[in-house]
Design a protein around this ligand. Structure first.
Ligand code: CO
Length: 264
């Protein structure tokens, strides 16, 4: 039995996003010093950009092909996504196919993304709340900018928002591509009389979306929208992969995937 780990990130070309990936790769290598650790990007678009720039990164399928050629029989594929959406479900399909195909792996186990479905909501909400409380004044609000998705997995963003609100009414999770969007959040801030908001990305890395959609100079960025509404905005450009309390959760999912593999 020869085992390897593949870390499957959405991917980014933005230099500020690398801090998250570098951090989690370091933590995984420290936790499993005897296992090869490979990084793969699930986004075809990002891989295309990387290739054009001469910085090619493997897809998960390509990383698995290489490991199979090297004689690896068991692989833990750890999703570095935030919620079980399109990318995570594609990993499950790929794992299934690479075990069932002729000459495939003995086992491919996929680790849950940060939010391990409905059962994982409370754990993530508790950890995110400790981040939200850092440097927060008594009357401040904290707003996390999530991505949002058209996939059914969007229910996890909504569930997280409710879980934040249950713990602290001043902590919110909005989404760029789903509800509640910045419009609804600003309405809520007005109703609550919020004067100052801490703005953070709920994205794996603080890359392009954080730079453009969260704090960009354009009138439509979340920072601009808040300021137009007369709300002072204090942004924090740190991706979720930079916080140890959240990386601990990803690592526990990887640990579970490796433990499942040890069962006959
Ligand atoms: Co996007």
């Amino acid at each position: 039995m020869s085992t390897a780990i593949v870390l499957a990130a959405f991917g980014s070309r933005h230099k500020n996003a690398m801090a998250s990936l570098t951090h989690i790769v370091q933590r995984v290598k420290a936790a499993y010093p005897d296992l090869p650790v490979r990084v793969a990007y699930t986004s075809k678009t990002i891989r295309g950009h990387m290739k054009k720039a001469g910085e090619e990164v493997d897809s998960v399928a390509a990383a698995l092909d290489k490991l199979l050629d090297e004689g690896v029989t068991h692989v833990a594929v750890q999703s570095l996504h935030l919620i079980p959406g399109t990318e995570f479900h594609e990993l499950l399909g790929l794992a299934n196919e690479r075990v069932l195909r002729e000459g495939g792996f003995h086992r491919v186990e996929v680790g849950f993304p940060l939010v391990a479905g409905e059962a994982g909501i409370d754990e993530v909400a508790d950890a995110v709340l400790t981040i939200a409380e850092q440097g927060k004044g008594e009357n401040d609000a904290v707003l996390f900018m999530g991505h949002g998705t058209k996939h059914d997995g969007n229910v996890y963003y909504e569930a997280l928002h409710r879980a934040f609100q249950k713990r602290d009414r001043s902590v919110h999770l909005g989404a760029m591509e789903a509800e509640p969007g910045i419009e609804a959040i600003i309405e809520r801030f007005r109703a609550d009389g919020v004067k100052k908001a801490h703005l953070l990305p709920f994205l794996f890395g603080a890359g392009w979306h954080a730079a453009r959609d969260m704090v960009g100079d354009s009138a439509t960025s979340w920072k601009s929208r808040l300021e137009q509404a007369g709300i002072e905005c204090e942004p924090m450009l740190k991706g979720t992969g930079e916080y140890d309390c959240l990386v601990d959760i990803w690592l526990s999912h990887l640990h579970d995937a490796l433990r499942r593999m040890d069962r006959c």
